[in-house]
Design a binder for this molecule. Structure first.
Ligand SMILES: C[S@@+](CC[C@H](N)C(=O)[O-])C[C@H]1O[C@@H](n2cnc3c(N)ncnc32)[C@H](O)[C@@H]1O
Length: 384
């Protein structure tokens, strides 16, 4: 157990123990070994037990981490400009994937209303029943005017026109862990000793996609990194259903050459508990968020292979500046508590050592020719 982390209360520990037993049973049922992606899927999403599926506070000061939409409404109101530009050209609706506590949905609807661009439907696809309930409550309180337009979906819609977007969704999708050493390429999976803790256990890589991407790892003995098969699979599914419009994703990550850099020899797997970061995904499953950075080259490739155009890729800081974040700030009344809170949040969103540089924004589309707000400066598509 990482020694510097806050100690959870007895109820939280009991909850984690329930999930630990559940995962241990799944490992035994699978013959003693699970791919890390299966472990991560259970730790985050096992019904009623996983981190996102159970009731603890995850977002904000009382939770484990803060996301951009939770920092300030100005984030969603700025993103609304890009969304409105796409909708003006293609028409259609908005679909948000993984809406967390519903901040982005509320702020986007307000921002789109300011631009007279509220769509007939704002769809949300959310795997966590518990978060869906929080989204419903937030929208009922802060966006009741458009509540009859908000529809929660169980599955991806077919033949969609409009904008599909997600903030910090891609980093929450399960990843596999691959280890390159002198003996070859190994998949790091999860095993369990008799009633003991979970342990890493290597098996030769058999999946051809993992072999292909693992083959790109630098020739550094003991190199470990993550490969997400779920991210390109999701992008392919979305592209397959996008008749006309754009995909817009915000997340932390890099182009592939930076992701699989020789100096990043321990990968990007990261866990968050009460605003502390650590790298042990086996510590108290169910109480920690587990994430990996996003390989944005994989996102672009999957979209382009499915026939989408790469409309834009840049840092979140550059995107927000160009899309008009500071205009949104300037519209607030100077010196008020709202303004002062917004200034702090805007600094955090823009500063390179905070969320301005590590976070990126990517837009892929079909039948979109308009220049999209946010992407006309600092074009980094060449890096993908
Ligand atoms: C890190 S949180 C980000 C939440 C929110 N977008 C924000 O920025 O605050 C990830 C969200 O994605 C949801 N999620 C994860 N996998 C999903 C999937 N396959 N489809 C839809 N939602 C998913 C989680 O339940 C959670 O709401």
């Amino acid at each position: 157990m990482p020694s510097t982390l806050p100690v959870p209360d007895p109820a939280a520990l009991a909850h984690s123990e329930q999930l630990r037993v559940h995962i241990a049973e799944a490992i035994r049922a699978a013959g003693g070994w699970l791919p890390f992606s299966s472990y991560m899927a259970l730790a985050l999403y096992a019904p009623g037990l996983g981190y996102y599926a159970a009731g603890s506070t995850k977002f904000g000061a009382a939770g484990d981490f803060v996301t951009a939409p939770g920092l300030t409404p100005l984030f969603g109101q700025t993103v609304a400009r890009t969304v409105a530009a796409v909708l003006a050209e293609t028409g259609g609706e908005v679909l948000e994937l993984g809406a967390g506590e519903g901040h982005l949905a509320v702020d986007l609807l307000h921002g789109l209303a300011d631009l007279e661009a509220v769509p007939q439907r704002y769809y949300i696809l959310e795997v966590s029943a518990e978060l869906r309930a929080r989204q419903q409550a937030r929208l009922a309180e802060y966006a009741s005017r458009w509540l009859d337009r908000v529809v929660w979906l169980e599955t991806l819609p077919t033949a969609f026109t409009g904008v599909i977007l997600g903030n910090e969704l891609l980093d929450a999708l399960p990843v596999d862990s691959v280890h390159r050493c002198a003996e070859g390429l190994f998949e790091r999976g999860v095993s369990v000793a008799d009633n003991g803790p979970f342990v890493w256990a290597d098996q030769p890589v058999s999946n051809t996609d993992l072999q292909k991407l693992g083959g790109l790892f630098p020739a550094v003995d003991g190199y470990v990194s993550e490969i997400s098969l779920a991210v390109p699979a999701l992008i392919r599914s979305l592209a397959g259903e996008l008749k006309r419009g754009a995909l817009l994703f915000f997340d932390y990550g890099f182009p592939r050459a930076e992701f699989y850099h020789p100096q990043r020899a321990q990968g990007t797997l990261m866990c968050h508990y009460r605003h502390h970061s650590h790298t042990d995904p086996f510590w108290l499953p169910g109480l920690n968020d587990i994430t990996a950075h996003v390989d944005f080259s994989a996102v672009a490739e999957a979209g382009e292979e499915a026939g989408l155009d790469l409309l834009g890729y840049t840092s979140q800081g550059a995107y927000l500046l160009q899309a008009g974040l500071l205009d949104q700030l300037a519209a607030l009344e100077l010196g008020t508590p709202t303004y002062l809170r917004a200034v702090v949040a805007v600094q955090r969103l823009l500063q390179p050592h905070e969320m301005g540089e590590l976070f990126k924004v990517i837009a892929l589309g079909r039948g979109v020719n308009a220049a999209l707000p946010g992407f006309s400066g600092n074009d980094r598509r060449h890096a993908l």
